[in-house]
Design a protein around this ligand. Structure first.
Ligand code: NAD
Ligand code: MG
Length: 332
């Protein structure tokens, strides 16, 4: 135990001075050891993970988590399950990287079988997630494809249902974000990509999934601090996140009488491929997350427990809620 505390403190110090060096996945994550039955030391949230300045970096959309500097922590080394979702069947869009990947790892380690969707270009990230789900002893289903196509959304759900043997957790996590200094710079095609990915796809997927969702199932949408305090340069993206908050609250009212819970997660700045593939300006990448009270961006792993909690039967009275995780600022 003493040894472990020392290592954590050391990691904290590393994180304090962390600036631009590339690290292996999970290199700054907590130890893998199961400490549930031992007294654990406090972790300072300010120094737990890298803080700005970050190296300026750009990847063409959709970007790969594995090529980021530093590589995000999705809980690969740190997430320890305790059977909270044993036997559940989850479909997570955008499960290859970022927040969706953290949810996929956590769900598998909590005992759920998991299907992930992603774009074909993201295969290198997806392969790693599939391996991690299998390593947790769960069924891992990879269903690549573009969610902007209604036909594909229907195929995605039917394949997930067929291969998982049912469906009871649906996480509409995939999203597209691209900055534009002016509304005049947004072409109709680009506007449409954002709307199709962030609003139409969840609409199509939920419609296809609904006949399969039994009482006790849940739907989780991805909102954002942008729903409440939209940035000037995210005119189109921000309104899709406000729409997500709205659909979560509307559907919770509609589906509550059927025993299906619907909730949303509203993250603040989180270190993911979405941000370095056009989601932020290069100037913002350098100082990403520095304006939060904790002085750093979140890591996907830090949101995993929220997705587990929202899917767990224990959260049986939570529906129509938006759960925030934004480092001290933001709504709700
Ligand atoms: P990410 O890039 O790791 O994940 C987004 C995923 O969306 C991609 O991996 C990709 O598979 C998927 N995607 C995009 N367009 C698609 C398409 N046409 N077809 C199929 N899949 C497509 O980034 P992330 O930050 O983990 O994003 C996950 C969600 O979190 C998004 O909805 C995003 O809006 C939301 N969010 C992120 C932040 C943040 O700071 N990173 C903050 C608030 C909300
Ligand atoms: Mg990705």
């Amino acid at each position: 135990m003493e040894k472990e505390i020392t290592r954590r403190n050391a990691l904290g110090k590393i994180a304090t001075t962390f600036a631009v060096a590339a690290v292996a996945p999970g290199a700054f994550a907590q130890t893998k050891k199961d400490t549930r039955n031992t007294v654990s030391d406090l972790t300072d949230p300010r120094t737990k993970y890298p803080k700005p300045p970050f190296k300026k970096q750009f990847q063409p959309f959709p970007g790969l988590a594995g090529k980021m500097t530093p590589i995000p922590d999705h809980g690969e080394e740190s997430y320890i399950g305790s059977g909270r979702l044993k036997g559940r069947k989850a479909l997570i869009t955008g499960g290859d990287s970022g927040i969706g990947r953290a949810a996929a790892i956590a769900y598998a380690r909590e005992g759920a079988d998991v299907a992930i969707n992603y774009l074909p270009e993201e295969e290198p990230d997806a392969v790693q997630v599939i391996e991690l789900i299998k390593k947790a002893g769960r069924k891992a289903i990879a269903i690549p494809g573009d969610l902007r196509d209604e036909k594909f959304c229907n195929i995605l759900v039917s394949q997930a249902v067929q291969q998982l043997g049912g469906l009871d957790i649906l996480v509409n996590n995939a999203g597209h974000q691209k900055t534009h200094a002016s509304i005049l710079d947004i072409s109709t095609e680009e506007f449409e990509r954002t709307m199709k990915t962030n609003i139409y796809a969840p609409f199509w997927i939920i419609k296809a999934a609904l006949p399969h969702l039994k009482p006790g199932s849940c739907i989780i949408g991805l909102s954002s601090v942008q729903a409440y305090d939209p940035s000037a340069e995210l005119y189109d993206y921000a309104q899709t996140k406000a729409a997500t908050t709205s659909y979560v609250k509307s559907l919770a009212k509609q589906l509550g009488p059927k025993g299906i819970r619907v909730n949303g997660v509203a993250p603040g700045p989180v270190w993911t491929a979405l941000e370095i593939s056009g989601g932020q300006t290069q100037e913002n990448i350098e100082k990403f997350g520095g304006d939060t009270p904790l002085g750093r961006p979140g890591q996907p792993a830090e949101l995993a427990s929220i997705f587990v909690q929202l899917a767990d039967n224990d959260a049986s009275f939570a529906s129509g809620q938006i759960y925030g995780s934004a480092g001290g600022s933001g709504q709700p």
